[in-house]
Design a protein around this ligand. Structure first.
Ligand code: PMP
Length: 429
């Protein structure tokens, strides 16, 4: 058996395949988990073998699609609800309703966590997102209201806020404020590295209600606007969860972190945490075409100066990639703006090519934003020395994208090529 081990070792080295240590017990433990919510977070970090072997740089994907609601947004939904409960804004099993405007993932996560915790859910969605997301939401018992695609005024968010206020007994989450404790300059103490942060501590101020009002409010249904774009609970879900997990999983041996931005919670929360712990780490934005964030990061202007001023723009970007790319600076994105070092603009054709490439080489069936992230990882890897390591987010799976991003018919109708040789060229350039 020793010779088998040696043969394997030789085979591994020749193919530049990393030796994966045995999975630590904290990740997906063998213990019984506490309901569906117990499954949220602590996702594995997958070495993407095809890309890593071709590049000589480890590309590590955080498998967020393994969360029970199917995406990275489960963490956010849970943190938003828990923080609201801590503030006395929500009480379970009182008929209280969560309202949110979303392209899908956040809604599905709010509906999943909401069901598990005893809340109803009402989701406002643009009418051009993949239909399977609406179907999942309805199966989860959420009420779905569809609006025309978001315009210069973000209609789905505004309508969600309006509906929450109409429902009544609604207190909006406090206006955003930057937490002074999240200063990037301070390096983590060695003792902090690799340890879970205490998820029960909350930076959100606690609203103290007069004691006499408490019992009445606890039984009355409340409307609650989750407000994922501005609500900093989103940032903290990643600052206290995704970031520390990646640091622990890589033992701090990491050179870059790549992420797209929809609300900006992932890149800001994870990025600020990782940068604080690893000051030399590069934080890189992957941005689909048509999004203003690329210009903001590269040139500190939101739009191409050649564009006529005052031109009407959709806040939601016109691309087959769903969930990332936006044309305004949200509160959650702004918390990470200072720590983003670089950005790549990814075309629909590149994202499509990457998704097909990963299925055929790795058996990985991913959604559009994950594919964008991995194109950016490849571009970035080309600028790093061999042996470097890049982590990114595998936000959701392809099953959420069958009728658009994964539909060959839809792509053909919209003149988006399906050509995996784009990735071969990228890898060999
Ligand atoms: N991928 C998908 C599929 C999403 O739905 C979202 C959120 N809209 C993102 C990525 C981006 O994450 P964030 O909102 O944290 O920027």
């Amino acid at each position: 058996s020793t010779s088998v081990a040696l043969l394997f070792e030789d085979w591994r080295r020749k193919r530049n395949i990393a030796r994966i240590p045995p999975r630590p017990i904290e990740i997906r433990s063998d213990e019984i988990v506490d309901g569906v919510i117990g499954l949220i977070g602590n996702t594995p970090l997958i070495r993407i073998n095809s890309l890593s072997n071709a590049l000589g740089v480890d590309i590590l994907g955080k498998a967020e699609y393994l969360n029970p609601g199917g995406s990275v947004k489960d963490r956010v939904a849970l943190k938003i609800i828990e923080d609201a409960e801590t503030q006395g804004l929500l009480h379970p099993h009182t008929g209280s309703v969560l309202f949110e405007g979303t392209v899908g993932s956040t809604g599905i996560s709010l509906a999943t966590v909401g069901r598990a915790k005893g809340y109803e859910c009402c989701i406002i969605m643009p009418d051009d997102v993949a239909i399977e997301k609406v179907q999942v939401l309805e199966k989860l018992g959420a009420k779905v209201e569809r609006v025309r695609p978001a315009s210069i005024v973000d209609e789905k968010q505004n309508l969600a806020r309006k509906r929450a206020l109409e429902f009544g007994n609604t207190t909006l989450v406090d206006p955003p404020k930057t937490n002074p404790e999240i200063a990037v300059s301070t390096q983590a103490q060695p003792s902090e590295v690799g340890h879970e942060t205490n998820s029960s501590e909350s930076f959100v101020p606690v609203i103290t209600l007069p004691e006499i009002l408490r019992p009445a409010l606890e039984t009355k249904p409340r409307g609650f606007f989750a407000d994922q774009f501005e609500n900093e609970s989103n940032f903290h879900a990643h600052y206290k969860g995704t970031g520390p997990e990646i640091l622990r999983q890589t033992s701090g041996n990491l050179d870059a972190f790549v992420s797209g931005a929809g609300t900006g919670g992932t890149i800001a929360g994870t990025g600020v945490f990782l940068k604080k712990s690893l000051p030399n780490l590069k934080i890189v934005l992957s941005d689909p075409e048509g999004s203003g964030l690329y210009n903001k990061v590269k040139y500190n202007v939101m739009f191409d100066p050649k564009e006529s001023e005052g031109k009407k723009r959709r806040h939601q970007v016109d691309t087959v990639v769903e969930g990332i790319g936006i044309n305004r600076i949200t509160q959650n994105f702004s918390l990470g703006l200072d720590i983003i070092d670089d950005a790549y603009r990814i075309s629909d054709a590149e994202a499509v090519a990457m998704s097909r490439y990963l299925v055929s080489h790795d058996g990985l069936y991913l959604g559009s934003s994950s594919a964008c992230n991995l194109v950016a990882c490849v571009r970035l890897a080309k600028t790093l020395s061999k042996g470097s390591r890049i982590a990114t987010i595998l936000c959701d799976s392809g099953s959420r994208h069958q009728s658009k991003f994964w539909s060959d018919d839809y792509l053909r109708t919209n003149n988006i090529p399906i050509d995996t040789s784009i990735i071969d060229t990228l890898l060999n350039s």
